[in-house]
Design a protein around this ligand. Structure first.
Ligand SMILES: [Zn+2]
Length: 167
């Protein structure tokens, strides 16, 4: 590869990121065409868009596979890096593993802790309502009221269950 570093324009596409091009093609800075790399627009003139965390989550859920660019040189995670963009997965000979900046790891631990405390508070509320039901007859207003309050709690608990794709 001949490099004329002085006159070379700087690429617009960032490394470690995946962009969506025309027709939904996923590209990265390594496999993008020159046009997309330096202008941010593909040959058809369409702006390429960087995949955000929500986009990666969407693709992962839809395909049940890690999100990788078309050529397979870059893969990103639905977990956000310290800059708020999807964390990059490192390429290994067995596939890809996600590496996190320390701050992201801390964020992840914090969010796990938050989830755990939310779950225990939900369990407490469920326990309280279920004990009301135990003490009261199923025909009573108290029993019915408890049952009405239980429904959204069960829904919230179901939402807390992790459904993250395993890497
Ligand atoms: Zn690529």
């Amino acid at each position: 590869m001949t490099e004329t570093t002085k006159r070379k324009p700087s690429p617009i596409l960032k490394g470690g990121a995946i962009y969506i091009s025309d027709n939904g093609r996923l590209i990265c800075a390594k496999c993008a065409g020159t046009s997309a790399l330096y202008t941010g627009r593909d040959i058809s003139g369409q702006q390429v868009e960087r995949l955000a965390v929500e986009d990666v989550a969407y693709f992962e859920d839809a395909t049940r596979k890690p999100v990788t660019c078309e050529a397979g040189c870059t893969s990103v995670s639905r977990l956000s890096g310290s800059d708020g963009w999807p964390a990059v997965r490192e390429s290994t000979k067995d596939g890809f593993t996600v590496t996190f900046a320390p701050t992201t790891q801390q964020q992840r631990v914090r969010s796990e802790q938050k989830k755990a405390s939310r779950k225990s508070s939900l369990l407490q509320q469920v326990g309280r309502l279920q004990s009301i039901q135990k003490r009261n007859h199923p025909d009573s207003d108290k029993w019915r009221q408890a049952s009405v309050e239980l429904a959204p709690l069960f829904r919230s608990m179901a939402e807390l269950e992790p459904c993250e794709a395993s890497a």
